[in-house]
Design a protein around this ligand. Sequence first.
Ligand code: UD1
Length: 420
Amino acid sequence: MQKLIIQGKKELKGKISISGSKNATLPILAASILANRVHLKNVPLVKDIFTMAELLNFIGLKTKFIKKENSIKIINNEKNINTLAPYKLVKTMRAGVLVLGSLLTKYKKAKVSLPGGCAIGSRPVDLHLFALKKLGANIKIKDGYILAEAKKGLKGAIIRFPSISVGATENALLAAFKAKGKTILKNCAIEPEIKDLILFLKKLGARINIKGRMIVISGNKIKNTKIIHEVIFDRIELGTYMIASALLAKKSITINKIDPKIVKSEISILRKIGIQIIRKKTSIKIKRNKKLKKINVTTKPYPGFPTDLQAQLMVLLTQVNGISRIKEDIFENRFMHVSELKRMGAEIEIKNKTAIIKGPTKLTGAEVMATDLRASVSLVLAGLVAENRTIINRIYHLDRGYEFLENKLKRCKAVIKRIK
Ligand code: UD1
């Protein structure tokens, strides 16, 4: 099994370019079932994307990565379509459940494995199914699979989500895409990745309007055309490197290929802590500040502070003066990184949904274990700021979502290597 070895306390300097968003690419790949030919650009070459492509191939589409230009071409020639998403693929990548909406729209039936829980929580899909039922789908659960059918096609409806879910909003959009009449989705997630999916669906012929947390879908005709789409940048990757810079860049690091307007809450929180950030149109400059202040943060759906940056922010808060608090309001079990950070010297206490972080503490290298994607990268950040050597096991979690992580960090003078 591969490991990462990091020699900590090295100053970071240089430039980092941000990759395309994994969480935007995944639903757009699911939406590609609705099209005939798609060329997606700015696609991150990470494990979850390869798994989604494998799922599309399994369904009967043809996918071809053009790795040197970070793009993928998808062709649906409607031959030998299999409306099934098997357990072996959905269990390794939960976003596989997003093909449900597209398959129902296009083929009026789908059999999709229930994804099951994961390290950060039970993660049910009841809200996905709630929306699909409201659109007229007949849904049964059998042998661990969702069996969905809409023989006469789906019908527009007014749907108010009882709580905000990214995946359920995406599945509802994919299912409402060709539903008869108008669909009004209320209390939706409005993450930038969802807006990117909507942009893609509009290229496919959708009429979609967003107002606050309400999305209205009406009168779509699927165009039989070739769609070219460039995926939005990965705001979580950006946030991760912003935190790395805040920890270790004495001189500023420039982070490119982004839109700072999309990460306002992250910039505002880092500035409150005392980090200096200069915003440009498509980049930011960011550097460490010796005097860092404590802060209280609660994770929220967009435009709030993302749960996907909670673990990384926690590492930064071990280095600020005073006691900070992070309340995790999205997932019930997303503090798995805490025990590993404590083994490196962090002083963190968990009370209900809140982590109480005492700073500044000296972190020292240790052998640690990654538990999920974002927890793994928080251990990388901790290793970069710790004294001595840190060894991170189970880094396949990192490979699910961070493109060229070691190379990007090495280019900024980090001492990090992968061993087999
Ligand atoms: C997406 C992101 C993930 C991010 C999360 C929250 C992708 C591929 N993944 O995951 O990185 O951490 O948004 O920003 O985009 N819930 C239910 N019932 C449902 C669906 C969700 O109770 O049917 C709950 C979840 O357990 C969780 C909360 O709603 O507590 C939010 O989850 P959701 O927004 O759906 O996250 P994902 O779409 O799975």
